[in-house]
Design a protein around this ligand. Structure first.
Ligand SMILES: [Zn+2]
Length: 153
């Protein structure tokens, strides 16, 4: 999991009931995850159970999944425990960075300055050619966002 927002974790418990899945999440997003039923209620949605987190992440380690190695990059700001996962020339950034935009920071635990630091001090150190897969919207690259993203000028 890149972070614990409802639109990213809502289905995970149901998937875990069908398949034997490990769930990796940063420890600082546990509180948001635990509150999933409350968020469902607030939005008038079916009440969903939080995912069963099998692997709590606190540091920037790497993890092995099915012989693939993912490097973990801590990218807080959208949530306190925001994570990005890098594999080869691809980085999955959740809602930290979007094509021509950045993640919102007005939700509980969000911070604009922390988010901008995560992007500038972590993601923008990656090679310009690295492909960025965001939680929403089209694929982009580090180089394109460095040059064009108006939120980061
Ligand atoms: Zn989010």
């Amino acid at each position: 999991m890149t972070h614990a927002h409802i639109d990213h974790i809502g289905i995970v418990d149901k998937l875990q009931n069908k398949f034997n899945l490990k769930v990796f999440m940063h420890e600082e997003d546990q509180e948001i995850s635990k509150n999933l039923p409350t968020y469902c209620q607030m939005f008038g949605l079916e009440i969903l159970k939080p995912p069963k987190i099998t692997n709590l992440i606190s540091d920037e380690n790497s993890i092995e999944i099915a012989n693939y190695t993912f490097n973990i990059i801590k990218t807080p700001g959208h949530t306190p425990g925001g994570l990005s996962y890098m594999i080869g020339n691809i980085v999955f950034v959740g809602d930290t960075l979007f094509n021509n935009s950045i993640g919102r920071t007005d939700l509980p635990g969000g911070s604009f300055s922390v988010l901008v630091n995560s992007i500038k001090d972590k993601l923008f150190l990656l090679d310009d050619k690295v492909k960025v897969y965001s939680g929403h919207g089209p694929v982009t690259t580090i180089g394109y966002e460095k040059k064009n993203n108006i939120f980061l000028k």
